[in-house]
Design a protein around this ligand. Structure first.
Ligand SMILES: NC(=O)c1ccc[n+]([C@@H]2O[C@H](COP(=O)([O-])OP(=O)(O)OC[C@H]3O[C@@H](n4cnc5c(N)ncnc54)[C@H](OP(=O)(O)O)[C@@H]3O)[C@@H](O)[C@H]2O)c1
Length: 289
């Protein structure tokens, strides 16, 4: 039995679909959110250790695709990505599981400027110390997540607002490709202990992605920008009393000014033949003309 924690999310849903030939259980805080999945469903919360043993019963491999960072809440990342994953690891060890596949993020490092990447690095360390065979997967940015964010802006405002210039090339990976790697890894003993980065074939700016989507919706290029100096002021001034707003501003600044490309796709080097889905293909499939 494979447990997918976060099986209702953008990646997790695709992982559950990819694992259709093996027994899969999904951990979710709400069975309603899992109604579209063909898998056994267990309701639990990684922040509540007492809710976890039923989810782990008879499980050999745990896949953690949970996240508490909604772009706005550094406290959520600590509670879910770090402490929640630590609770899941302890429950997995107690239940006798062998393998843990942790979805981390590219750039996870103890000295990252991004709260989320520092938290992800700590979660990786907890997994590596757990005694379980641990595969850490560090994806770049999910294309489907950003298509969803931009599309909801376009649908509600018929325009896009970007943090900063939106001119920084960002490596986007399709969550379908990441799910294919996770699926492959569950059947590949040689990947039981590894850390792999995975990205997509394209580096695209948010400005370019927004223009593409506006055109697909038949709308003119209406793109507003929150200037970087404003974002920097917001990040500094709101930190003491609105940390979630400060975190969102820092996230926007980071996406706009730091290198968001992928130096080396170590996953594709280790696993030849993984799908390599382009931005154009995902856009064409989701927004047919
Ligand atoms: N999105 C990106 O661009 C990106 C890039 C790199 C890495 N990642 C990583 O990839 C993984 C999947 O991301 P995603 O974007 O697919 O996530 P998502 O769509 O935001 O879904 C988050 C998942 O986490 C679960 N979750 C949140 N809090 C939980 C809690 N307290 N207890 C149990 N489950 C909880 C949710 O389940 P319920 O709501 O059903 O409880 C949901 O399935 C995460 O680890 C994320 O950090 C994401």
């Amino acid at each position: 039995m494979i447990l997918v924690a976060g099986g209702t999310g953008t990646l997790g849903t695709r992982v559950v679909r990819a694992l259709s030939d093996v027994p899969v259980r999904v951990l979710t805080r709400s069975s309603d959110r899992a109604s579209h999945l063909s898998a056994e469903i267990v309701v639990g919360d990684v922040r509540e250790p007492a809710t976890l043993p039923p989810a782990l019963h008879g499980v050999t491999t745990v896949i953690s695709a949970v996240q508490g960072f909604a772009g706005t809440d550094p406290g959520g990342a600590i509670a879910v990505d770090l402490r929640g994953n630590s609770n899941l690891l302890r429950a997995a060890v107690t239940a006798g599981a062998q393998r843990f596949i942790l979805i981390s993020a590219v750039g996870a490092a103890p000295d990252s400027v991004l709260d989320l990447r520092r938290v992800k690095h700590q979660a990786e360390q907890a997994a590596l110390r757990s005694g379980l065979e641990t595969l850490v997967i560090r994806p770049t940015v999910y294309l489907e997540t950003w298509l969803g964010i931009l599309s909801s802006m376009i649908e509600t405002k018929r325009a896009v607002t970007l943090f900063g210039r939106g001119a920084n090339p960002i490596n986007f990976v399709s969550a379908d490709d990441v799910a294919a790697l996770v699926d492959h890894a569950t059947r590949a003993p040689e990947l039981a202990v590894a850390t792999l980065e995975i990205g997509g074939p394209d580096n695209v700016t948010l400005q370019e992605l927004a223009c593409t989507l506006l055109a697909r919706h038949g709308l003119p290029e209406k793109i507003n920008h929150v200037p970087l100096p404003v974002l920097r002021a917001v990040a500094t001034l709101t930190r003491p009393f609105k940390p979630s707003v400060a975190a969102l501003a820092r996230f926007g600044i980071t996406m706009d000014v730091t290198d968001m490309t992928l130096a080396e796709d170590t996953a594709r080097a280790r696993v030849p033949g993984l799908p390599l889905t382009s931005v154009a293909d995902v856009v064409a499939q989701r927004y047919p003309r």
